[in-house]
Structures are given as structure tokens and as C-alpha cells.
Design a protein around this ligand. Structure first.
Ligand code: ADP
Ligand code: MG
Length: 308
């Protein structure tokens, strides 16, 4: 069973929805390879097609064409088995309000045919810090608790792949970081994780590899490092001791002088910071502080989506 390289492999998937008699192309020749044991981010703005792809994986949306395998299993040949390999945490917080967390996990385990003895309801609740809410009505749970409960539901059958659709959408900052910690933890335990997000910061913190999708098409895919390298512009700012007139040699670094803070941009493949510091020293522009910043995923995203 373990002779597959990619946990998820999709090739040329197309999906068109009919909306008011018009075709909406939610996925256009969409291909992706998700390596085993990695955290893979599917990034894109609202409406890009992320949830549609996840629903295709879970058998909730039927693709029009293309191939998808999960742990080497073709979903068109054995959707029942491929479904067992994944646990999906949906984007919507749809929880039956009259069940308690413990009941919901037991029900879900029953749906997947997990025998009573093998169920890990209390362990999952404990790991997700929901032990105190074990028997409370789900409708009394906060948004963050509901999100954690949905993660728990996706884990009951101990799937090899966990898919999280916008895991922290609308969640408070402190809960966000506890969800991130939990995702990292299940990743360390050997699970493959695929998450969608429109928070670039989330992808930057969590993901090994990233695919950027827009208007149903994959625009770019690579390791986080490869993607960040697309942006070769760095910025450096100096806290100057006095206000100075900007010398001509610095003009090509697009100087911005705000009070006594001088901000310069340069291409890291062409210039290094030493060159810039030398110019300041030659011009007797004394400074007390230097700060540099690299381009982040936000810059990458803006750059690659600009043409679409
Ligand atoms: P994302 O999750 O990236 O925000 P979605 O996959 O939800 O994007 O949506 C992609 C596109 O498909 C959008 O234009 C959306 O309106 C459309 N879409 C998604 N689901 C349906 C549906 N069930 N019926 C009609 N259109 C849909
Ligand atoms: Mg979505």
C-alpha cells in the first residue's frame, strides 16, 4: 500500500458549475502534486477554486474531467477507499447544535466504521483542549472551539492526509496560533497536510510547499523558498543621525527619506548591502541603525497574480 510518491496527485482537473444558466469555470486544467509528509498550501483569493478542489478530493463535487489519486488510489475507481485516506476539515462551521463534542466524534467514528474499542474520542478532545466541553451542547461552543471540533471530526478514522479548508478564517489571533501549533504537531506525527488559505502569513508560517491558484488555474508551484526567491528586491532602511541631502549615487536605489529614516530598495542579485553602506560612509552620512527586509509571500502573490 505504500508504493506511492505523492499523497495527492491531480492532473488536468476541470470543473464547471452552472450558475443561472451560465458556466462558471471553477477549475481549469488544474494539476497538483502533494508530497508525502509535507504541509502543502493552496493559496488564492476568494473564488479562486480552492474549496472546489477540496470537494473534488472528498467526492462532494464531481469533476468534469481529469484524474485524481489519493495515496495512489484513483478516486474514480475506488472513492470509498480514497475517502478513508483523507480527513477533511470544511470551511463552514456546520455542526449539529444539539450534539455534544463527544457524541459528534462518536457518530463520525461510527460513520467510518471505527470499532468502539479503537475509538480515541477522549484523546482527541484532550489534544484539542475540548475536554471541559466534552458533554456540552455544540451550540454553546465558541467559534474557535467549533473549528477545533471539526478538526477532531476529521481525525477520528486516523487518515493519512488531513485537508483543512481555511482553518483559521474568522478566528481570533490567539486561537489562530494554537491551531497552527496543532497543525504542526499532526504534521510531525507523519501526516500529510493540505490547507487552503487566503492569509499569506499563514502559508508562510506553516507550509513547506505552496501552489498559488487564481480563477481556477494554477499559476505557480514550488517550495516556500523557491517562491520567495522570485522576489529579488530587498529593502534597507537607515536611521540617520541628521537629515542629509541624498547623494546622486543613491538615486538608483529609489530612496525615500522620511524625517531621518532613509529607505532604499535594491536587487539582491545585483547589489549587496555593503556597497550601499560604503556610499553612506563616503558621504559622511552617519547612522545609528540598519534594518533590512526581504520580499514576502504577499509580494510574490502580487507579482504572479498581476497578469491574471
Ligand atoms: P475558493 O474556495 O477559492 O474561495 P470556490 O471553489 O468556493 O473558491 O469557488 C470557485 C468558483 O466556483 C466561484 O466562482 C464560485 O462562485 C463557484 N462555485 C463554487 N461552488 C459552486 C456551486 N456549488 N455552484 C455554483 N458555483 C459554484
Ligand atoms: Mg473556499
Amino acid at each position: 500500500m505504500s508504493d506511492y510518491k505523492y499523497s495527492i496527485e491531480a492532473k488536468n482537473v476541470n470543473k464547471t458549475f452552472l450558475k443561472k444558466n451560465q458556466g462558471v469555470r471553477a477549475l481549469i486544467d488544474f494539476s497538483i502534486c502533494i508530497e508525502r509528509g509535507t504541509i502543502h498550501g493552496l493559496l488564492g483569493p476568494n473564488g479562486a477554486g480552492k474549496s472546489t478542489f477540496i470537494n473534488v478530493l472528498g467526492g462532494l463535487v464531481k469533476k468534469n474531467s481529469g484524474h485524481v489519486s489519493i495515496c495512489g488510489i484513483d478516486i474514480d475507481k475506488n472513492i470509498k477507499l480514497s475517502k478513508f485516506k483523507i480527513g477533511i476539515v470544511p470551511q463552514e462551521l456546520n455542526i449539529d447544535p444539539f450534539f455534544s463534542p463527544a457524541e459528534l466524534l462518536e457518530l463520525q467514528a461510527g460513520l467510518y466504521g471505527v470499532p468502539k474499542k479503537k475509538r480515541k474520542t477522549d484523546e482527541i478532545l484532550e489534544n484539542l483542549k475540548l475536554t471541559d466541553q466534552r458533554n456540552a451542547y455544540a451550540r454553546t461552543l465558541s467559534g474557535g472551539m467549533r473549528r477545533r471540533l471539526l478538526i477532531g471530526k476529521a481525525l477520528v478514522h486516523d487518515p493519512e492526509i488531513i485537508i483543512l479548508d481555511e482553518p483559521t478564517a474568522g478566528v481570533d489571533i490567539d486561537i489562530r496560533s494554537s491551531i497552527w501549533d496543532y497543525i504542526k504537531r499532526i504534521s510531525r506525527e507523519g501526516k500529510t497536510i493540505c490547507l487552503t488559505t487566503h492569509y499569506l502569513e499563514e502559508a508562510e508560517i506553516l507550509c513547506d510547499n505552496i501552489s498559488i491558484i487564481n480563477h481556477g488555474k494554477k499559476i505557480i508551484e514550488g517550495s516556500k523558498k523557491e517562491l520567495l526567491n522570485i522576489i529579488s528586491t530587498k529593502t534597507v532602511s537607515f536611521v540617520l543621525d541628521n537629515k542629509f541631502i541624498i547623494p546622486n549615487e543613491l538615486k538608483k536605489y529609489k530612496p525615500i527619506l522620511n524625517k531621518n529614516i532613509l529607505k532604499l530598495s535594491y536587487d539582491k542579485n545585483e547589489t549587496n548591502i555593503k556597497k550601499i553602506i560604503d556610499i553612506l560612509i563616503e558621504n559622511k552620512m552617519n547612522f545609528s541603525e540598519i534594518n533590512t527586509s526581504e520580499g514576502d509571500l504577499e509580494d510574490v502573490f502580487l507579482k504572479v497574480t498581476k497578469d491574471f
